[in-house]
Design a protein around this ligand. Structure first.
Ligand code: GLN
Length: 315
């Protein structure tokens, strides 16, 4: 086995590792369950699989359906959090916690026990508070986040999937319940419908694996996007956001994900996962079939194989 120790070795190692992964995950593609609690998401072909790796020097490696757009869903919570963290700095943590929830991403129970303060920014309640922060600070909150995502991904063409957006709104009663509940604890400042429009809007954004890997590169480079040179977070903030990704980024199986994969990462119910290795790379994967926690089944395995075969991980 040839391990990856530096950027220079990537050309020899990563292309063959991606080939091996695609072959090895193939039997898993029909084992997961495509999310259909947002009915529009259920229309996606479960056999899709794509993966993209971007190095800090801009080199891209990709395989399979890496250029097919899909619904990023909860992965977009990382982008809204980055914006809100930049705005409120550490005051953000008065409104939302930093601990793993140990509960499903859309659970209501913990929120009552903890007086309307969500455990972390990656469960739905936490991301709704983050959307509220954006609503309080920008005249056009949704467009602000969408443009921010386009900038990070270096792709002006990115758009929301309107069918998914309508489906999210129509079947978003649980998210509406979370938002109203937090409003009753004064942890939502703006009008609840305005906040939900912002939240559903960024979740319904469509991106491909290359876009996502590009958009996460600043988190592998101390908050500075290595391609544009633009600084989005301080080095300390980027470190903290990565810590949250490791402990909370894959819902109530973040411990299992850290154990198996060994990278900070964020998943979404559209079947995407993006992860990073500080100082080295970002890697994204897409396979729509999910495990019982809402993480891509084959995608998680693909990332586990990636860190096993290359021996790069944060540990
Ligand atoms: N938009 C989805 C929801 O609110 C996001 C969930 C997810 O990807 N885990 O339910």
């Amino acid at each position: 086995m040839a391990y990856l120790n530096s950027l220079e070795e990537a050309n020899q190692i990563i292309p063959s590792v991606l080939d091996e992964i695609k072959t090895e995950i193939a039997p898993l593609l029909n084992k997961g369950k495509v999310a259909n609690y947002i009915p529009e998401l259920g229309k996606v072909d479960p056999m899709k699989f794509g993966m993209a790796v971007r190095l800090l020097d801009g080199t891209t490696y990709q395989i399979g359906d890496s250029q097919t757009n899909f619904s990023v869903q909860s992965i977009s919570k990382v982008f809204s959090l980055t914006k809100a963290f930049g705005v409120l700095k550490d005051d953000l943590w008065k409104r939302v916690g930093k601990e793993p929830s140990g509960n499903p991403f859309n659970s209501l129970i913990q929120l009552e026990n903890e007086n309307g303060k969500p455990r972390n920014p990656f469960i739905n309640a936490g991301a709704i508070v983050v959307a509220d922060v954006i609503c309080s600070h920008y005249d056009e909150p949704l467009n602000t986040i969408l443009d921010f995502i386009r900038e990070l991904a270096n792709n002006k063409q990115l758009k929301m999937n309107i069918g998914v957006l309508q489906s999210e709104k129509k079947f978003g009663n649980r998210n509406a319940a979370l938002a109203h509940f937090m409003k009753s604890y004064d942890n939502i400042e703006s009008d609840v419908n305005e906040v939900l429009d912002c939240y559903f809007g960024h979740c319904s954004m469509e991106m491909n694996c290359v876009d996502l890997a590009t958009a996460f590169l600043f988190l592998s480079n101390h908050g500075v996007h290595p391609i544009s040179g633009k600084k989005y977070l301080s080095a300390s903030q980027a470190k903290r956001l990565n810590a949250l990704l490791l402990t909370c980024g894959t819902y109530d199986s973040a411990g299992e994900f850290a154990f198996k994969v060994g990278m900070p990462g964020k998943s979404g119910v559209g079947g995407g996962i993006v992860a990073i290795i500080p100082g080295l790379l970002s890697v994204s994967v897409w396979s729509p079939g999910l495990d019982k926690h809402g993480n891509s089944l084959a995608g998680t395995k693909a990332l586990e194989l990636f860190t096993t075969k290359t021996a790069v991980s944060i540990f």
